[in-house]
Design a protein around this ligand. Structure first.
Ligand code: ARG
Length: 473
């Protein structure tokens, strides 16, 4: 039996050539970390410039390195670069090509640096940019929601608890609830960016370096606020990725709740909204159907984003300081989550902007299910001085009577109502209509159209201030 055959039998399949092939496959990250090429080159350019400025390498070598790195950047962007799995990752692929291009000077680039701080800085740059992009996408979604809320500040709909009609609210108010949710997400991503805005470059393998590097200089050159303060933490920290993933997971959970409501609202049974053709599909067999596929997929993709968060939490759990190769598994989860929320946020923004609201169906539903029962109870407390618990009981009897007669509360006669409680006068009818019920809930943050408009004004101002802050930066 030849050696070749023996190894074939033992390893089989794609690893037929034996342990070397298996090791290469498990060890290499170039299949995914090539995504970091621009950040890797930026980091190396900043490092090389600093090495020359501090006299650690010569200006000529630094210039050669910079020219070579820029050539590599254009090779990658024009898809002429040959990535090699044998060279393991993006860092070694770039460095090997640099040696081909400029010769021995290439070997000076890695002075006072390790792949440990190199990958940490590359990945931070990438995550920081994606986190900012998520913030911008959230702002677009919030703006779309605010615009629809303004249109529908006075459109009544049933408000639900337990998905049972509870009290009438306005559609604008309901949409503004999502604005609050996505607004918290926006503050989470803004906060995450601020926290991750520190450069780990110069931490080297884990202990720092004996070369007189200037970490403040590279931090500033790369757009970081300051360098990280502890070299051990710098190469073992992936909190920035976890911050991004947790924010992404919460964003996805919010998106899934809204998607679920859109699915419910667009059923013929509810008929509150109609989705535009661009965000729904027909059925291949049932010609009458229009399916809310985009909403369903937004709802479903929450699963993978939550999974991405869990994947990295689990990778990091129990890792001793400082760097371990485990941490190479940090990237795919983050890439996947970033791509996913970019898509789902855009889809939700489009769907919100495009959907048609059926005011009449909402209004009709708002009046059903005795949704103004609380208003009757409140009237009894306010106007007749009855304790709330007693008023609650009397209202229960009014609902039972209306049910018996098959009519809404406001269609009961004054005599009917007085048979339940003698203190009731004709004035009660002023609170039993859906419109008046909504209008009366004018407590701060409440559903009265005037209050909803106040919330809208607040958010418009906040969006404008955010845009101005960005311009100043
Ligand atoms: N590809 C590696 C990663 O993604 C780069 C760092 C490798 N460092 C090392 N000491 N092997 O984590």
């Amino acid at each position: 039996m030849s050696d070749k055959k023996a190894s074939n039998e033992m390893w089989g399949g794609r690893f037929a050539s034996g342990p070397a092939a298996i090791m290469e496959a498990i060890n290499a990250s170039i299949g995914f970390d090539r995504k970091l090429y621009a950040q890797d080159i930026r980091g190396s350019l900043a490092h090389a410039a600093m090495l020359a400025e501090t006299g650690i390498i010569s200006a000529q070598d630094s210039e050669k390195i910079a020219a070579g790195l820029n050539t590599i950047l254009s090779e990658i962007e024009s898809r002429k670069f040959a990535f090699s799995t044998r060279l393991e990752d993006i860092h070694m692929n770039v460095e090997a090509r640099l040696a081909e291009l400029i010769g021995p000077a290439a070997g000076r680039l890695h002075t006072a640096r390790s792949r440990n701080d190199q990958v940490a800085v590359d990945f931070r740059l990438w995550v920081k940019e994606e986190t900012r992009k998520a913030g911008a996408a959230l702002e677009r979604l919030i703006a779309a929601l605010v615009a629809r809320a303004e249109e529908h500040a006075a459109t009544v709909m049933p408000g639900f608890t337990h998905l049972q009609s509870a009290q009438p609210v306005t559609f604008g108010h309901h949409l503004m609830a999502y604005v609050e949710m996505f607004g918290r997400d926006l503050s989470r991503v803004t906060d995450a960016v601020r926290r991750m805005d520190e450069s780990p470059l110069g931490a080297a393998a884990l202990a720092g370096t004996s070369f007189p590097i200037d970490r403040h200089r590279t931090a500033a050159a790369l757009g970081f606020r300051e360098p990280t303060r502890n070299s051990i933490d710098s190469v073992s920290d992936r909190d920035f990725a976890l911050d991004f993933l947790s924010a992404a997971a919460i964003i996805s959970v919010h998106l899934s709740r809204m998607a679920e409501e859109i699915v419910i609202w667009s059923t013929p049974q509810f008929g509150f909204v109609k989705l535009s053709d661009s965000f729904s599909t027909g059925s291949s067999i049932m010609p009458q159907k229009k399916n809310p596929d985009a909403a369903e997929l937004i709802r479903a993709k929450t699963g993978r984003v939550n999974g991405d968060l869990f994947a990295l939490l689990t990778v990091m759990k129990g890792l001793p300081l400082a760097y371990s190769k485990d941490m190479q598994e940090d990237k795919e989860a983050v890439f996947d989550a970033a791509e996913t929320i970019e898509l789902t946020l855009a889809a939700m923004t489009g769907m919100v902007a495009d959907l048609t609201v059926n005011d009449a169906a909402m209004k009709k539903a708002a009046g059903s299910g005795y949704s103004t029962a609380t208003d009757l109870a409140d009237w009894l407390v306010r106007e007749a001085g009855i304790p709330f618990r007693e008023a609650h009981h009397a209202t229960g009897r009014a609902v039972a009577l209306a049910e018996e007669k098959g009519c809404p509360l406001e269609r009961l006669s004054l005599e009917d109502l007085r048979s339940i409680n003698g203190a009731i006068t004709a004035d009660v009818f002023s609170v039993l209509s859906v419109r008046n019920s909504v209008k009366s809930r004018s407590s701060f943050g409440g559903t009265a159209p005037a209050e909803v408009r106040r919330q809208i004004r607040y958010w418009k101002k906040r969006l404008k201030q955010g845009a101005q802050r960005k311009k100043l930066r």
